[in-house]
Design a protein around this ligand. Structure first.
Ligand code: SF4
Length: 336
């Protein structure tokens, strides 16, 4: 049986939209709707989707930086959905977040050594010398030098600042790390270095990692399993090989075909995803993807919301699509 460090059930987050003279609630944004997700201990889950699909909101709820509207989060067998005060602090020590913008998340007037040791101070771990020792150890783990501890964030490159962000997240030796687009602000050449570092650390420290990205290419080499989100819902979830070799959901197919490949024949088969992601304020009825779906079935897809279901020949491969997993599977125009 899989040992899950995290179990998320029916998790939802709604943000009220206020307007008018009295700032009354006039609408609701459904940022995350009924998400179920298991994260096995020691594994990496890639969470992918376009901007505004709810992936960052989901990651923030998981480490309790945001309060869920509905649903439950279980961490290491305990329900942490509504824990507060000292209990929340106890869990926070075991769950860390790596931010997308390493510069924005570091105080420009604080030496990086102090920023890295902040978590230790907050949790009352060690004396000054011991904390200093841990900072030096962490700087070396992420490929920086002890002398860097006395410098300020502006003295580092983007890649080095993200290494500092990683050191800061790992100094408490957490069990779970949520990395929110940790390489999207970096140059392509530096992205690979930071990804390799995260992969090495994940395996050396047996970390459980939720890696949030907007690009399937970024998570391919780091993830054991990948979940694809669209407008607040998970629309496909499976192990890495199944997803990249045989995607089920048309949205995943479009994301995969957007990955640049230096092969003109494969480039010809590129599937263009037309239209913008609809507003979560007013999501389309039925399957949220139907206005952009090249194989939508008229009369069904715009009415019925498909649930995340297993494919018949691969029980671990889940997709939310009437044509690929549901009762209308025989209508699929692209079926072999
Ligand atoms: Fe396309 Fe219909 Fe499948 Fe949605 S349910 S992805 S609209 S075919």
């Amino acid at each position: 049986m899989t040992d899950n460090l995290v179990q998320i059930r029916n998790l939802a987050k709604e943000f009220p939209v206020k307007g008018g003279v009295f700032q009354r609630e006039i609408a609701t944004v459904n940022a995350v709707s009924d998400v179920n997700l298991d994260i096995p201990r020691g594994e990496t889950i890639g969470l992918v989707g376009e901007s505004g699909c709810g992936k960052t909101t989901l990651g923030r709820m998981l480490v309790r930086l945001l309060e869920p509207t509905r649903g439950t989060i279980e961490f290491d067998g305990e329900d942490i959905t509504h824990v507060k005060g000292g209990d929340l602090k106890r869990f926070r020590r075991r769950m860390q977040f790596i931010f997308q913008d390493p510069y924005g998340s570091l105080d420009p007037r604080t030496q990086v050594g102090q920023s890295i040791s902040e978590g230790l101070r907050l949790h009352g771990i060690g004396n000054k010398d011991e904390r200093q020792e841990r900072v030096v150890e962490m700087l070396e783990v992420v490929g920086l030098k002890a002398a860097h501890a006395g410098r300020y964030p502006h003295e580092f490159s983007g890649g080095q600042r993200q290494r500092i962000g990683i050191a800061r997240a790992l100094i408490l030796r957490p069990d779970l790390v949520v990395a929110d687009e940790p390489v999207s602000a970096l140059d392509v050449s530096v992205q690979a270095q930071v990804l390799n570092l995260l992969k090495e650390l994940q395996s050396e420290l047996n970390l459980t990692l939720l890696f949030v990205a907007h690009n399937l290419a970024v998570v391919e080499h780091i993830s054991d399993k990948v979940a694809v989100m669209y407008l607040g819902r998970i629309v496909e979830m499976t192990d890495r090989d199944s997803l990249y070799r045989k995607p089920l959901h048309p949205y995943t197919e479009a994301l995969l075909s957007a990955i640049p490949i230096p092969d003109p024949d494969r480039a010809k088969n590129r599937q263009i995803l037309y239209g913008e992601i609809p507003s979560p304020l007013n999501p389309p009825l039925g399957c949220h993807f139907h206005p952009r779906c090249p194989i939508a079935i008229e009369g069904i897809c715009e009415v019925d919301a498909p649930s995340l279901a297993a494919r018949q020949d691969n029980g671990g491969h889940l997709a939310a699509c009437h044509l690929r997993t549901g009762a209308h599977i025989n209508l699929d125009p692209r079926a072999p």
